[in-house]
Design a binder for this molecule. Structure first.
Ligand SMILES: Nc1ncnc2c1ncn2[C@@H]1O[C@H](COP(=O)(O)OP(=O)(O)O)[C@@H](O)[C@H]1O
Ligand SMILES: [Mg+2]
Length: 513
């Protein structure tokens, strides 16, 4: 048992061992089968040959003694005996002649004259007129017997039986068998050699790669690529491995960049806070005019710091994928309505009109929902809306609409009449910390993280976001989100299902319950 277990372990410890054992099994079984088949064929063929030549001898002997058989006199029996002995000696076989009743007339061996052999199968057959061939084991050897009926005038007058030991033939067969075994052994040796060589060729790079992977797992060291010099599957594995390392490096680079940017962003307001505090301590705290001003700017700086920290937290939570429930059935109109309400004070301050135009006939049916997370979706929409309000001069407007882009996709469009985005900035605005116009947007309180967070959240919902903008005219953000049929009545919204407030200027799908 313990031994079998050891073999089992050894076998499944390495691919090479499995290959080797498989090859050996295949070779042994197939060569073994072929050898058995061939040996069997050779044997049958040899027996046939022997049989034919024995039959020829029997026929010839028959011709020689048929007259004497018919005579059955003392003289004739002596002649038969003589013919039998001569032939037996010449051929190295044993010959027995019996009369038509199966009694021995002559025997090249020690069989006494007159012994009744009619109970032996081949004699019996021959007496019935059939040429009988029998193989019979004796203590030392297999014998081949042929019993040949001698006939005269339609009657069987006697039977000639020639027996021959198969000793020689079997010795030859044995040597054939050894030949086959030798071939098998040689093949096995060659196979073992080849598969050991192959195993080494296959194993070395695989082992190298697995050692590297382990090293990466343990120490995080991704400074090296694996050498790839082959075009087979292992080469492919190496390439994939290197792609993975490349990807890891890129991620590492982004992470470091993110940390550097984040620290820089945090440092600026912190230093400003420091200098305001210095100024206060240096005497401004006693100045009735300066004090409220300084406190005011302190408050703004702290606010800015707080919102930056909030964004950083959001983004790192998104990166970590920590948020618990992303499988709610989200009713998007409610979420959109809540987002608009959240941004309304900001819009009112700038006298910016918020228009929510749900196109009723195409609007999402009450039976469609977005699988995901309501709080996150609201945050994504708030980010876009707050940009629209932030980057639109006073008394502009922001137009929001939602409808079906196609059967399975919601489209939410947020258009503003604001500053617009330069086409050279457009491809970058979703990057972390990217701000189109540094001075302007920082004054507006931007961190450059809002759209990055938004894009991440939308991607988590398997959606996409597109932007279209003309400098000086305004921008349009379009969000596409896949929907599904709701299985239960919707209740989820980011603020815990506040119904639409009466008096708000939103048009909401009236079928909603
Ligand atoms: N509606 C918009 N109109 C004009 N510019 C916009 C608008 N939305 C985003 N942007 C530009 O894209 C940049 C990135 O946006 P965002 O990621 O939200 O960062 P920020 O914190 O600066 O708002 C902004 O700094 C701004 O320059
Ligand atoms: Mg923003």
């Amino acid at each position: 048992m313990g031994f079998l277990k050891k073999i089992y372990r050894w076998l499944f410890r390495s691919l090479a061992n499995q290959l080797l054992v498989t090859y050996l099994l295949v070779i042994t079984v197939s060569l073994g089968a072929v050898s058995l088949w061939a040996l069997n064929m050779i044997r049958t063929e040899s027996v046939n040959n022997l049989r034919n030549s024995l039959e020829v001898e029997a026929v010839n002997l028959g011709l020689e003694i048929d007259n004497d058989l018919a005579l059955d006199s003392k003289k004739s029996r002596a002649r038969i005996k003589d013919a039998v002995d001569r032939r037996a000696q010449r051929l190295g076989v044993s010959i027995t002649v019996v009369n038509d009743e199966g009694h021995v007339l002559a025997d090249s061996g020690k069989r006494p004259e007159g012994e009744n052999l009619s109970n032996q199968a081949e004699i019996n057959d021959a007496l019935a007129g059939i040429v009988a061939i029998y193989e019979r084991p004796t203590p030392n050897n297999n014998w081949l017997f042929i019993a040949y009926p001698v006939r005269a005038a339609g009657h069987t007058t006697g039977v000639i039986r020639i027996g021959m030991p198969l000793f020689d033939m079997e010795r030859r067969l044995n040597s054939d068998l050894y030949g086959f075994l030798e071939i098998m052994l040689a093949t096995i040796v060659v196979t073992v050699a080849i598969s050991l060589w192959l195993a080494k060729r296959v194993n070395r790079p695989v082992r190298e790669m697995s050692a590297m992977a382990r090293n990466i797992a343990l120490s995080g060291d991704i400074s090296e690529f694996v050498p790839v010099s082959r075009r087979d599957e292992i080469g492919e594995l190496g390439l994939s491995f290197n792609q993975m390392i490349g990807r890891l490096r890129e991620q590492e680079r982004l992470r470091q960049e993110f940390i550097a940017n984040a620290s820089h962003e945090l440092k600026t307001p912190t230093m400003a806070i420091g200098s305001v505090v210095d100024a206060l301590q240096a005497g401004a705290k006693n100045d009735a005019v300066l004090l409220p001003q300084f406190l005011n700017s302190l408050e703004r700086l702290v606010e800015r710091q707080t919102s930056l920290l909030q964004d950083l937290l959001d983004i790192s939570r998104l990166d970590g994928g920590l948020d618990a429930d992303w499988k709610e059935d989200v009713g998007i109109e409610q979420v959109l309505a809540d987002a608009i309400e959240q941004i309304r004070p900001q819009a009112d301050k700038k006298k910016i009109e918020l228009v929510n135009s749900v196109v009723s006939e195409n609007s999402p049916g009450s039976n469609h929902v977005i699988p995901g997370n309501a709080i996150q979706l609201q945050r994504a929409l708030v980010n876009i809306l707050s940009n629209a309000v932030n980057y639109t001069p006073a008394e502009g407007s922001v137009i929001i609409s939602s409808n079906y882009a196609d059967e399975e996709r919601m489209q939410i469009t947020i258009r503003d009449t604001g500053l617009g985005i330069d086409s050279s900035d457009l491809p970058h605005i979703f990057e972390r910390f990217y701000r189109a116009d540094k001075a302007r947007t920082r004054a507006a309180g931007g961190t450059g993280l809002g759209l990055a967070i938004t894009r991440e959240i939308i991607a988590r919902h398997h959606g996409t976001i597109k932007v279209d903008s003309t400098l000086g005219k305004g921008s349009t953000f379009a969000v596409f989100l896949p929907t599904k049929l709701s299985t239960e009545p919707r209740t989820v919204s980011a603020s815990g299902s506040t119904p639409t407030q009466p008096g708000s200027n939103m048009m909401v799908d009236s079928t909603r319950t």
